[in-house]
Design a protein around this ligand. Sequence first.
Ligand code: NAD
Length: 470
Amino acid sequence: MAYANAQELLAAISPATGGTEVLDPATGELVGRVAEKSVSDLDSAVAAARAAQPAWDALGHDERKRLLNAAADNIEANAEALAELLSREQGKPLNGPNARFEVGGAAAWLRAATAYDVDPEVVVDDGETYAAKHYRALGVVGAIGPWNWPMMISIWQLAPSLRMGNTVVMKPSEYTPLSVIALGHILNEVLPADVLHVVAGGREVGEKLSAHPDIDKIMFTGSTRTGKAIIRSSADTVKRLTLELGGNDAGVVMEDADPQAIAQDLFWGAFINTGQTCAALKRLYVPESIYDQVCSALTEVAKAMPMGVGLDENNVLGPLQNKAQYDIVADLVKDAVDSGATVLLGANPDDSAAGYFYPTTLISDIDPGNRLVTEEQFGPALPIIKVKDSAEAIKHANALEVGLGASVWGSDRAKALEVAAQLQAGTVWINSHGTIDPRIPFGGAKQSGYGLEFGLDGLKSLAQPQVIKG
Ligand code: NAD
């Protein structure tokens, strides 16, 4: 059915009394209530998903594709209600690359999981020997997600899983459970019973899921620290893992870049979702020859971007989603300012205001070893580091233990490609940052995780390769 607005959708998924209150990070008002589940509820969900899996697999690819496309239709039919709920719970504005964009992306990524055939691959056929690789369902996939893009990332985890014949038990972040419960509800209006379960709960539910003997694979997106805990807790059952972990993406500006031309894309590369994005630009290295021009072009763009309550159609930047993240951003910026770095914009939060709003902040003349540079801020504060040339930028960019994305900005493509090849990151964008695409594989290098999502690679990673010889 189509829900007219978030309130109607909430009435269908959220208990009227009891449960845990979920508050709007922009206003502190009640969004809804969530009936948190216990570890024994998780066991029942896993058992039901296990029982449903053989029939779901037996439906075959074509029927699963049809159902997933019908589920995408249902997301689109409820797009406005979903976007409003997402905006109120996560904080992101309706407009800009935010709530409506995320709901649209969720439908698009769901459809993209139906866009490929995963055929058996003949690996040897020489007249004497015949061997082919087949892609079989794994069984039940456990999905554990973060709070920054709760609907989109849930789809990244569940869509390829379901497409390949697995059933799914999903545990959303405790900060944004309603968005994922609502999305699951919309999908389950179309999907067969028990193919998708959403079990809201805290980290103990995530821990239990990643150790559960009846879960075959974990799709995890979140911090590197939690990723390491999941590696440990999944070890005894040798689970397959896809880990999309934290990043601290570097942007390298070349001497031949045009500051005015790149300023807008640099801004959104860093400040999409108010900086709360895994593959956002989190430290920008600029050569001294054009340093001042880049700083002032970026400041002009940043100044013009309205921040405020998400449901106000004017805003394109919102609050931090939670107090803990607000404190991280405030602490890192304070450290930078105390060290003598220059504040180009922001860095003066109004602590008396309602909501976790931290102003758009640009910091220049900062030491490359400052914590705002070397630690993931995950918020609206970008350090701009002056370097002599791209060789120095590459050295700094590769110095950290993480390597999710990176970008190179310049007008000479050949030179940009040379720099890109030297950056230790799962994706390097040229003249953009974080512009993901459902057809293009995405995954981290170093401690930003392992495994690929999206495209054909993403589908194969939700399957058990089976070789048949003879
Ligand atoms: P988080 O690691 O704190 O939490 C993520 C999820 O893990 C939550 O659902 C949480 O309940 C669960 N969890 C916590 N402890 C667990 C445990 N021991 N075992 C199993 N599950 C457990 O991350 P977050 O704060 O929600 O998200 C922010 C982080 O996620 C940032 O570092 C960001 O860079 C990263 N991130 C990465 C990507 C990516 O694609 N690489 C995307 C979005 C966010």
